[in-house]
Design a protein around this ligand. Structure first.
Ligand code: AMP
Ligand code: MG
Length: 346
């Protein structure tokens, strides 16, 4: 495995590896992806093998320009209203953390989409990623570059620790700016649905195309309904999980937990941490590990530090992580979704 910093030369090298059927882990603005040529079925099969990813979990096809959609998607199957919405989204939110599920063309092999006649497409918002995809032929399928079910990698070192020799090359482009995966939006039926909350907040989508539905399992669903209606494997209950057991708590509940030295607290903002310190005042000075995702309470910053912080807590060999759910504004929905799944709550 080659481990290289992003440069014009390493991008060229990486594109050659992709063109010859190899696997390249590369940075995007969301998380690091494990890429293979989206038109090469043997290369795609290697992604599933390297990640231990079930074959029923379709990949996101990363493209270098929205023009590639004419080739890789079958847009003639969309009605004119949906096409209008697609162009609005692509024009305003690409490049960016938004994956659009569309009818696929014959050119995308079935293995990329778990046999579905639809595929998720995304134009990533990191110049180096777009350059790589363009040099590699225009379409690169890339799930997150981690073993299936584990925490997503936000740094090249996370990829090296998780996948090691299973990738032919790892490109290091520094820490991911957004830090959670893309929002997945299904445009293949009348009712446009969010299948996975992610780096593009729902409000941004709705500003452009009007209201969309939640097709993922919300906290309410997790409480009320047994899991059914498996639409998108991104909805797997346990996913994005650290090795350390993690539980989630509402803003208030986290202040009154019984805890032991060696437990870790993951707070959303500094005021929450301070309230917790105050609640401790009658106690002896037992130590807990304390992390704050965003001192000023900004969900963008919190998202960018989420996986990074969970990776770090995992490396500290603590016994339990108590995580505070964050407010639902901005990327809050995506953060809570990842926390609930890390807690195996669905
Ligand atoms: P990942 O590549 O690990 O970030 O996740 C890809 C996720 O995108 C999958 O787990 C699905 O949830 C979603 N996805 C990809 N393709 C499709 C599709 N054709 N239909 C529905 N969901 C999809
Ligand atoms: Mg993933």
């Amino acid at each position: 495995m080659e481990f290289l910093s992003v440069s014009p030369e390493s991008l060229k090298r990486a594109a050659e590896v992709l063109r010859s059927g190899g696997l390249v882990a590369f940075p995007t603005e969301t998380v690091y992806g494990l890429g293979a040529d989206a038109y090469n079925p043997a290369a795609l099969a290697r992604i599933f093998e390297a990640k231990g990813r079930p074959r029923f979990d379709p990949l996101i096809i990363h493209i270098a320009s929205s023009g590639t959609l004419e080739d890789a998607a079958n847009l003639s199957l969309l009605n004119s209203e949906t096409r209008r919405k697609l162009f609005l989204l692509a024009e305003n939110l690409w490049p960016g953390p938004l994956s659009l599920v569309l009818p696929k063309s014959e050119k995308i092999p079935g293995i990329a989409t778990a046999g579905l006649s639809t595929a998720a497409f995304r134009l990533p918002g990191l110049v180096a990623a777009v350059e790589l995809i363009s040099l590699a032929g225009g379409a690169v399928a890339a799930p997150s570059a981690n073993p299936f079910g584990a925490l997503s990698p936000t740094r090249a070192e996370h990829v090296r620790d998780g996948l090691g020799e299973k990738a032919d090359m790892i490109l290091d482009g520094g820490p991911a700016r957004i830090g959670v995966e893309s929002t997945v939006l299904d445009m293949t039926s009348e009712k446009i649905k969010i299948l996975r909350p992610g780096g593009t907040p729902k409000e941004k989508i709705e500003e452009l195309i009007g209201s969309v539905q939640d097709g993922f399992f919300t906290a309410e669903d997790a409480k009320n309904t047994p899991k059914s209606g498996f639409i998108s494997p991104g909805q797997l209950k346990s996913h994005y999980a650290p090795r350390t057991p993690l539980s989630v708590f509402s803003e208030n509940d986290i202040f009154n937990l019984p805890w032991k030295p060696g437990d870790a607290f993951l707070f959303f903002d500094s005021p929450s941490r301070n309230t917790w310190f105050e609640s401790l005042s009658p106690r002896p000075s037992a130590k807990a590990v304390i992390r704050v995702l965003s001192p000023s309470g900004n969900t963008l910053e919190a998202a960018s530090r989420l996986f990074e912080t969970l990776h770090e807590l995992d490396s500290l060999k603590i016994s339990r992580i108590f995580a505070q759910l964050v407010p639902l504004e901005g990327l809050g929905e995506a953060i809570n979704d990842r926390l609930r799944r890390a807690a195996k709550l669905g």
